[in-house]
Design a protein around this ligand. Structure first.
Ligand code: ATP
Ligand code: MG
Length: 589
């Protein structure tokens, strides 16, 4: 049935919503696709629901094509399975928890590994039942700290999640590859520009992991890629190549010096340059200094643990990289009260003396991999106004380990070939990873193998942001006038606009719509009698159906106008051949 603008549940807005930060959010609200209910919680209006359903259909078709079977779990889940996997606590504040009338604990599912694992355990017991891939397209709930950009980052959102179950690693590799191929087809059909990057496995544990990022300037994820060898990774997953040990025998013994009033890296470098010029004439730079950054980790059980990170002074700690490393702990700032509780820490002059092997502070100390064996540094002497020079890693101090928390910068060496990396931003649209046996072990999912022995099943987990895809496609497909949908996702195939008060125009527009629909096209018909042509054209541009057919003045001469919303091109169609021409235009001839 055609959608008619005269009765469609829709009000387009001329003004931008006040809370919209990005174009997709602005336009989806203005064009009447979504309405905000509460932060991160949105209603899908008829037009929006059409697009959402089209995304779902594409995802469903490609999942079915690899033999995955659809099922549907509840969103309201009991605590116990999540308790057993450890995630009731690990998920922290991101989970919506609630109680039933008897005081029992429940949650609204943020992701469903536990439920899938238990379902297979419930029904299957033999290797003969494997491999198995099952999936659902379902509403998820996450109490995101920063819901953002409409449905791009919601607190209620639609995800397709699938899980594979195999007897061994070779089987898992195969299931993973099947999903990866399906994802390539899904994202090609959705019309994304995307990259596939190496990723962190995150809260879900496991090993091999890749993300499908839609390239977008205002995306929340930063990734790097190597123009030389094709390496690509989310910055969270970048491993800094560990330098070979340097021979430090020529470096003089470490010596503490007065460096008055140098609490910042810049002030320290300026002071070094004037008070300790290097004999070989090289200028001091921030990269010669070792800075020690303190943060407070908050573990799932609520315990707070200070953490010191030593890194070259020319680099900042990257919050997301750090977060990914310490997960499930959350990272908070190390505040004045924390310094007060650790009097050994001389703010602005903290060094490995107090953090390192001496353990005078009792604080865990982790180093950037660049602070490697034999490298010499200028760093805090743990006394206000003093720094140590020629302090050699491994010789003069050690730490409790290394951490990948320093920012990754364009030009940094590619971990795979050494060439300079490029950086760009994207939106995470899909995530696939090999979970391995983490959930099967936690929930005791075993099957009998061909020798009658019990074996733990190995799993993969694969997600697509279905509702996010709507925003993401809108983000990549709009202009100053409105949305410009790719054909596969538009709320209709053709937008027929009837203009003027002429009865013949209205009658013909109805007839054209009927014929197009009879031939399988979905039509949005602007049959409003009161709206001016100007208003109708503006709405058509805002709504963004890629093919617009205007029935108006030309009808008397036997012509219609076909407008391509994407290119702005217009051409005349003869009424006699219009239906076929339009069907050819939309690829449904
Ligand atoms: P992000 O890093 O963006 O928070 P995530 O890594 O936590 O996402 P996954 O658990 O991998 O997300 O979920 C699978 C997919 O679900 C993601 O790739 C993304 O497309 C989508 N998704 C995740 N969180 C949200 C959200 N809050 N709103 C909409 N879609 C989401
Ligand atoms: Mg992810």
């Amino acid at each position: 049935m055609a959608m008619r603008m005269s009765s469609l549940f829709l009000r387009t807005l001329r003004e931008d919503p006040a809370d919209a930060e990005v174009p997709s959010h602005r336009l989806l609200v203005r064009a009447g696709y979504i309405r905000r209910v509460s932060p991160g919680i949105y209603t899908w209006l008829p037009l929006g629901l059409k697009v959402l359903r089209r995304v779902e259909t594409i995802v469903r078709e490609e999942m079915d094509a690899i033999g995955a079977q659809e099922l549907l779990f509840p969103a309201l889940l009991p605590r116990e399975p999540y308790e057993a996997s450890g995630r009731w606590d690990e998920y922290g504040e991101n989970v919506f928890r609630l109680k039933d009338r008897k005081g029992g604990d429940y949650l609204l599912g943020p992701t469903h590994e536990e439920m899938f694992t238990l379902a297979v355990k419930d029904l299957y017991s033999s290797y003969k039942d494997l491999p198995l891939s099952i999936y659902q397209i379902q509403t998820k709930y996450r109490d995101e700290a920063r819901p953002r950009a409409g449905v791009l980052r919601g607190r209620e959102f639609v995800m397709k999640d699938s899980y594979s179950f195999d007897l061994d690693d070779a089987g898992l590799d195969k299931s993973y590859q099947l999903h990866r191929d399906a994802y390539v087809r899904i994202f090609d059909r959705l019309g994304f520009h995307y990259v596939i990057v190496q990723a962190m496995a995150g809260a879900m544990g496991g090993s091999k992991s890749e993300e499908f990022l839609a390239t977008a300037e205002n995306g929340e994820d930063t990734y790097v890629r190597c123009p030389n060898c094709g390496y690509a990774a989310n910055v969270e997953a970048v491993r800094v190549p560990v330098p070979d040990a340097v021979d430090a025998t020529a470096v003089p013994a470490a010596h503490a010096e007065d460096t008055p009033d140098t609490p910042t890296i810049d002030s320290l470098v300026a002071h070094l340059e004037s008070a300790f010029p290097r004999s070989d004439g090289r200028a001091w730079t921030a990269a010669d200094t070792l800075k020690n950054v303190l943060v407070m980790l908050v573990h799932p059980d609520g315990t707070r643990e200070p953490l010191a990170i030593g890194l070259p002074g020319d680099r900042e700690v990257d919050e997301k990289r750090l977060g990914a490393q310490v997960e499930p702990a959350a990272v908070e700032a190390f505040v004045e009260a924390d310094f007060a509780a650790h009097p050994a820490l001389a703010k602005g002059y903290i060094g490995p003396g107090v953090l390192g092997s001496e353990k005078a502070s009792g604080i865990r100390y982790l180093l950037d991999p660049r602070v490697s064996e034999g490298t010499a540094w200028v760093t805090g002497a743990d006394t206000p106004g003093r720094h140590v020079l020629d302090l050699v890693a491994g010789r003069d101090f050690t730490a409790d380990g290394t951490i990948e928390a320093a920012e990754v910068r364009p030009g940094d060496a590619c971990p795979s070939c050494g060439h300079g990396l490029e950086a760009a931003r994207g939106i995470e649209m899909g995530h696939i990873f090999q979970l391995g046996t983490k959930y099967a072990e936690a929930l005791d999912l075993k099957v009998l193998d061909e020798h009658g022995k019990l074996r733990t099943v190995t799993m993969g987990s694969y997600g697509v942001g279905v509702s996010r895809a709507v925003a993401c496609v809108a983000e990549g497909n709009h202009d100053e006038l409105g949305l410009v949908w790719p054909r596969a996702l538009a709320p209709a195939d053709v937008h027929v606009v009837a203009t003027g008060k002429d009865e013949a125009v209205a009658t013909y527009a109805e007839e054209l719509t009927r014929e197009l629909e009879a031939r399988g096209a979905q039509v949005l018909l602007d049959d409003r009698r009161q709206a001016s042509p100007g208003v109708k054209f503006k709405d058509a541009e805002l709504i963004g159906v890629p093919t617009i057919v205007v029935v108006g003045r030309g009808l008397a001469d036997g012509t219609l106008e076909l407008k391509d919303r994407r290119t702005g091109e217009r051409r005349e169609l003869a009424v006699a051949t219009a239906v076929d021409d339009i069907l050819r235009e939309i690829g449904q001839a």
